[in-house]
Design a binder for this molecule. Structure first.
Ligand SMILES: [Mn+2]
Length: 205
């Protein structure tokens, strides 16, 4: 079947260097879920690996951040760069499915992730963590990452954990839910492969 992937590669790479972090990110939206991730934060690497695997987006992340301060700058800046890379790879957004709703269980936890690749950056994040830390990782940084990603990808993203007890499971259900939502929303809709999915004729206005 002919679709837009015959005409352009949906890939992007972003380099972002500040006094706090040095981040390089690459994505291939039509990949097979291969990840090459090294942020210096074990738990965060685990989440980004899951994101790649379950979205089928190939993701490369190399981050060298000020981890001696804490994990905030590195987590946020990787979210910024990954968001920018996804937005760039989407290009004109021709042919994308645009919307997706995913319920993601992880043992006793259930999270719902709803995405609209709208060009309008909004995050609604209703997720509570019973613990302040997962390993060395501050659980409040999960929200920081999702916000940085949503704002820079230009997506409307609603994330809610409906119930759950284990903080590791809660975080994992959010990242896996985003992965499956992204996978569906960036997929080319064969019934509208040459159209931008908006009655305005464009997304992001
Ligand atoms: Mn895990």
């Amino acid at each position: 079947m002919r679709d837009v992937r015959e005409f352009f590669m949906r890939t992007a790479s972003i380099k972002r260097k500040t006094k706090e972090t040095d981040v390089e990110v690459a994505v291939n939206l039509d990949g097979s879920g291969v990840s090459e991730v090294a942020t210096g934060i074990g738990f965060f690497d685990h989440m980004l690996d899951l994101l790649a695997r379950h979205s089928r987006i190939d993701i490369t992340v190399r981050a060298d951040g000020d981890l001696h301060v804490d994990y905030h700058h590195t987590t946020e800046d990787v979210g910024i760069a990954l968001g920018q890379a996804v937005k760039q790879a989407l290009g004109s957004m021709v042919g994308i499915s645009r919307y997706a709703t995913v319920y993601m269980p992880m043992d006793e936890t259930l999270s719902r992730v709803v995405i609209d690749i709208s060009g309008r950056p909004v995050l609604v994040f209703k997720v509570g963590f019973p613990r302040d830390k997962i390993g060395e990782f501050d659980t409040e940084l999960v929200r920081e990452w999702f916000n940085a990603f949503a704002v820079n990808a230009g997506v409307t993203l609603h994330v809610e954990t409906l119930y759950g007890e284990n903080s590791h499971h809660i975080a994992e259900s959010c990242f896996k839910g985003l992965a499956r939502a992204l996978r569906a929303a960036v997929a080319i809709d064969p019934r509208a492969a040459n159209e931008v999915p908006s009655t305005k004729g464009q997304l992001g206005g």
